[in-house]
Design a protein around this ligand. Structure first.
Ligand code: BMA
Length: 891
């Protein structure tokens, strides 16, 4: 806790409000508004008092119990089941704090995050209740504080019990689903509580219905004015080509106050002065700060498309000679349009994002909460994940609707790194109640969150929910036909009449989509729920198929925008080891089954893998287990690669009305615990093979190879560059049995226009093989890359298997050796291979860090990789930890 003992001197002042990139400060002469943090060590007890412990705020019950040694790691083995009792009990947080009355007229008690259902009392007086984890709550406490000691209590109700009581109290048609599928081992009725929806379990995550004060608690004291919130959005006037910054101030006034407000963007010589009057209570005021037509405004661009310049916005409020408001913020200028217009050659509509007037292909993945307990998502964890996203050439993340509106640092880091954010509202895979109190709390949630996040240039679109349009349209919940209109009505009430209207009022600078997937404008035409929200002719799609062969690209929808698709894999052994014991290291054992929350998931992975790879079958059980983890990662990496490459090469084509694909976000970036999932990054930050593959398949310039219906091998040159490129494809054929190439072919030179995908090489496979020393599909494989002038390689190398590697003829054990060296500050690993090796995987166990490349095809005899360590390590440690596996090694 920041405040203890003698008050005055210990009271922490400043930073009264933080909005995104803003640092806002209010001061009023001698009597500055002050913020006193009540964070720190509180007391925590369960309902019958049998458990009493110290608990950190911000924090939660589970974290506190673990930190104080009352429970083990909740992620260990089957502990999610063992610790179910925690969320079934009620818990009370208590703190005492000193206070001394100054001249301050008003004191507010502010809670930045309460999870979720609580009653809050101060010195025995109930201040109010909370029911929504996504809202900030504040209470006036001016007359309730005592000089000396004050007692603050936050009593939490079990979220599980609350949800079930709300369900019981609900009159009218049921609000499905009642419970998650058994395989998820979760709790029921999560849609009745405004809480992180995945916290009652998901198909990749455990059930840990958290409880606690997961963000800070503070007292705000002020005489005159308190700036609750400030935000700024740049609005572009296309006809005059000028910018206006909409500055929004939410000010609480203790008394009527007239202030001369001055807002300025010094770097752009823009300034606005207005006389403003704040009435007692909350005042929301919006101002238009015009940037002169002559000003040269530098824009914010997504990663790889340009720089990101931010301008300082200064807001000052003068009352007579007193400075009563002083706030600073950063303004980033960029426009975003979601283009849905007729497309030549199609009956549907386009669906793509235009940023600063330029169509941009969105490349990335879906973000889920990084931990079951938000208090454990540290800045280091967050930054590492976001850096890993850009290191894999992503320019977008979708903050998926079953998690949380992320913390400030998430968005400010995305602003900085140039990661666009597709921001869902927190509703997922369910129907929701529309009782007035539910709507009311959601309305407040939406207003607060949009105000909090709208200054971030990274946020490019708001979206109302995850898959609820699809759930309704394709009848996930078996709703009787006679009741369907009622559910449609409720859907429109919540997402359109309330959320959409509010978001558009709060933020005119961004598009709003009601759902994902959706047909967008077409869904709207059909009354907001389209007959088929997965229609590839409109909007975005989610597509999963575990039974189709993922090497067969004809199975993928040629969609306008792929916002979800994916395949599962297992994390590495080093992730599983700390949360398991020896008897768990068995793919068909109870631990493996327990951690798999997607029905038949473990089987599906093996079935998909077996289509093209031999399944591990060592005589040593542990070896078989670790080899199986490896083969699931190989399968996943290859499947998602092929699907993503299909989407990227479809950007410039319309075939049978489909195509013009402008987005590929696979499911899912990160993990919440150590378990099989669709993620490309394990819990703990280690990259799976898929994440290394993403580095290549999301590269700005990429050669994509595939076999066309007519039996030709085709290379498509994909370019996200803003300028055209003169390129040539270089196609080299190898035998599996030799590290010397068989033949090399070069395409004609081709001008690849900016932002396009064009065929650069096409040759019938039969002719190609025949011409290469009578290669066959089984004896040979194709590698290829693009070259610009001076034989300079553009983009990564790529390859194409002509047959399944399981049937490859000539593939030998490569007996790869690895030598770790220190080169200057860097650690490198040099591999020596005796044969062509596929899916070469370097694993350094629990040493945190990543290689510059991994999971690759090795046709060379030697290759040197760099290892970036995320903590200090040594040649000796890496040498002791490194293990190299390739496809031929697992059978
Ligand atoms: C989707 C997501 C998640 C889910 C994933 C994998 O459709 O929106 O709900 O975890 O698929 O099944």
């Amino acid at each position: 806790m920041a405040v203890r003992g003698d008050l005055g001197g210990l009271i922490v002042s400043v930073l009264l409000c933080c909005c995104c990139c803003c640092v806002c400060q209010v001061s009023s002469g001698l009597s500055s508004a002050r913020s006193t943090l009540l964070d720190g060590k509180w007391k925590l007890s369960n309902s019958n008092g049998s458990l009493q412990l110290a608990a950190a705020v911000p924090g939660c019950v589970h974290s506190a119990l673990q930190q104080q040694g009352f429970i083990q790691d909740p992620y260990f083995r089957f502990n999610d089941l063992l610790y179910r009792w925690i969320a079934l009990d009620n818990w009370t947080y208590t703190t005492t704090f000193p206070f001394a009355r100054l001249r301050k007229q008003k004191v507010l008690l502010v809670f930045d995050g309460v999870d979720t259902v609580s009653s809050i009392s101060l010195n025995g007086v109930v201040l109010g209740t909370t029911d929504n984890m996504f809202r900030r709550y504040d209470f006036p406490v001016t007359g309730l504080l005592k000089d000396g000691g004050n007692v603050l209590n936050v009593s939490f109700l079990s979220p599980v019990v609350y949800a079930s009581e709300r369900r019981k109290a609900h009159v009218g048609a049921p609000v499905p689903p009642e419970c998650p599928p058994d395989v998820q081992k979760g709790e029921c009725h999560v849609n009745f509580i405004r809480k992180e929806q995945r916290s009652f379990s998901w198909d990749w995550g455990p059930s840990f219905p958290s409880m606690g004060l997961f963000r800070g608690v503070r007292l705000v004291t002020f005489d005159l004015l308190h700036l609750v919130h400030m935000s700024c959005i740049p609005l572009h006037n296309a006809s005059s080509s000028t910018w206006t910054v909409q500055v929004e101030l939410l000010v609480e006034a203790a008394q009527e106050t007239s202030v001369l407000l001055t807002m300025s963007l010094p770097e752009l010589q823009a300034e606005l002065s207005v006389q403003s009057r704040f009435l007692p209570g909350r005042n929301l005021q919006r101002f238009a700060l015009d940037v002169g037509a002559g000003a040269e405004v530098r824009l914010w661009w997504p990663r790889d498309h340009g720089e990101r310049h931010g301008y300082r916005l200064a807001v000052r409020g003068q009352r007579d000679s007193d400075l009563v408001i002083k706030a600073e913020s950063k303004v980033f200028f960029r426009t975003v349009e979601l283009v849905q217009e007729p497309l030549e050659g199609s009956t549907g509509l386009s669906f793509y994002f235009r940023i600063n007037g330029r169509p941009i292909f969105l490349k990335g993945s879906n973000w889920i909460p990084a931990h079951s307990f938000q208090d454990q998502v540290t800045p280091a964890v967050l930054k590492n994940l976001l850096q890993s996203a850009v290191d894999a050439n992503m320019n977008v993340l979708r903050v998926w609707g079953g998690g949380v509106y992320e913390q400030e640092l998430f968005y400010s880091t995305c602003d900085e790194l140039g990661i666009m954010v597709w921001q869902d509202m927190m509703f997922a895979c369910a129907m929701y109640p529309t009782d007035q109190d539910f709507i009311d709390t959601v309305r407040e949630e939406v207003i607060q969150q949009v105000r909090r996040l709208k200054s971030h240039p990274s946020v490019v679109v708001w979206s109302g929910n995850n898959e609820n349009e699809a759930a309704l349209a394709t009848d996930w919940f078996h709703i009787p036909a006679s009741l369907k209109p009622r559910y449609l009505h409720d859907y429109v009430t919540l997402y359109v009449d309330n959320i959409r209207v509010l978001v558009q009022k709060e933020d005119p600078s961004r598009p709003f989509l009601v759902s994902s997937p959706t047909n967008g404008a077409e869904s709207q035409r059909e009354g907001w729920v389209a007959a088929n929200p997965y229609d590839p002719l409109y909007g975005d799609t989610h597509f999963y198929s575990y039974t189709d062969d993922c090497w067969d690209w004809t199975k993928f929808p040629r969609t306008r925008f792929a916002s979800e698709y994916g395949f599962q894999s297992w994390p590495s052994f080093s992730a599983l080891q700390p949360v398991s014991v020896k008897e768990d290291w068995n793919y068909s054992g109870s631990f493996s089954a327990h951690r798999q929350h997607h029905a038949d998931g473990n089987q599906q992975m093996l079935q998909q893998a077996a289509l093209h790879f031999r399944l591990p079958n060592s005589s040593e059980p542990l070896q078989t287990f670790t080899d199986t983890l490896y083969i699931t990662q190989v399968m996943q990496a290859q499947c998602v690669k092929l699907q993503t490459e299909f989407y990227r090469r479809s950007r410039s084509e319309i075939i049978q009305g489909k195509g013009h694909t402008m987005g590929a976000l696979y499911w899912q970036l990160n993990d919440i615990w150590q378990a099989p999932s669709w993620s490309s990054i394990e819990f703990g930050g280690k990259w799976k093979m898929l994440h290394y593959f993403a580095q290549s398949f999301f590269a700005a310039v990429l050669p994509v190879g595939f076999e066309d219906d007519d039996g030709s091998f085709v290379v498509v040159a994909v370019s996200d560059r803003h300028h055209s490129l003169k390129l040539q494809a270089v196609v080299t054929v190898y035998r599996w049995s030799s590290q010397d190439s068989v033949c090399t072919l070069r395409s004609d030179w081709l001008l690849v226009p900016a932002g396009s995908a064009v065929t650069i090489f096409r040759r019938p496979v039969a002719a190609l093989l025949e011409g290469c020393e009578r290669c066959t599909r089984r004896t040979c494989l194709i590698t290829f890359h693009l070259e610009g002038g001076d034989k300079r390689q553009e983009g990564p190398s790529n390859h194409h298997f002509l047959d399944s590697p399981k049937d490859a003829e000539g593939l030998q054990r490569p007996n790869i050796t690895a030598e770790v060296r220190q080169v200057g500050q860097n650690l490198t690993v040099t591999l020596h291979s005796a044969a062509v090796a596929a899916f070469v995987w370097l694993d350094v166990g629990s040493v945190p860090g990543r290689f510059d490349s991994n999971g690759f095809l090795l046709v060379e005899r030697n290759r040197t990789l760099a290892f970036s360590a995320w903590r200090s390590t040594s040649v000796a440690e890496l040498t002791a930890s490194i293990k190299v596996t390739s496809l031929r090694d697992v059978y």
